[in-house]
Design a protein around this ligand. Sequence first.
Ligand code: ADP
Length: 312
Amino acid sequence: EQEKRKYIKDRKLGEGTYAIVYLGRSRQDSTQHVAIKKIKKQKEFRDGMAPDAVRELKYLQELHHPNIINLISAFSSKDQNLNLVLEFLPYGDLEALIRDVTHVRYGAADIKAWMGMLSRAIWFCHENRVLHRDIKPNNLLIAADGEVKLADFGLARSFAEPGHRMTANVITRWYRPPELLFGARHYSGAVDIWAVGLVFAELIIRAPFLPAENEVEQISLICKQIGTPTEENWPGVTKLKEYIVPSEVTPVWERSAYMGRFGAVGVDGVDLLVRTLALDPRKRITAHEILEHKWWRMDPKPTRKEDLPRGG
Ligand code: ADP
């Protein structure tokens, strides 16, 4: 009740699948803006809070990092709805920037800065045993100082103990890794890394790299654009529950094949991209290894956050 009285709700900022987001102000200091995310009541969970909301609250309380959205407080409103008070991020998200080709120009140094921020956010999640499970440009919000912040922890969960099965139905389709498309129930941080790779690719070509209409097409796009998973390049893949026998096998593309479309980030950038998109999750680069990659030390240096392009 006390927490609730600290803020005044202004206007509605946006609406997602399970929440309505309002702009709020602190009662004490009306120049201090916050975002108040009011979790919608779901019929199925009438007698308790939606699991998505509980997860988001739990993980955001644990994770404090410059590249992860900051949870300021939480309260329940009179109708028993959960409200998350989050830092206000006024400059839209990376998806809007990527799409706005007429107004927003950016280059390799900007991509390097954004990828650095995303990689540090994911490293911090994984270091704290949290899987985000919904990385995509739309969940990367931009702060007033240019910092990119990972948001939307509604699908996050902790790393499972070995032997514990998890649902394969996570991550927005275009960013979903092959192990999930094949129905793997034991997976790791590598699922987030694949999505990081697809955000990287999308920042470069300014269009989604693997935009399939359904899951079957998602698998064929991966086979065509990256390579067909086989026992040779991914031991054990044919044993996965929903593995599909391919009609033809495309060999895994070499780094040189990526240079035409993704060469803007240089040979080392392409090397990092290819390592994030390894078909076998055990061979995929880890968040820690990403941060040690040679690309960060090469020219151009990442743009300073204050100088990064931002949306409206
Ligand atoms: P979704 O991920 O489905 O878009 P969210 O519930 O996370 O849903 O957010 C809905 C919308 O509210 C977002 O698209 C964004 O425009 C806005 N929004 C969410 N969080 C913030 C924030 N911290 N600051 C500013 N705007 C926000």
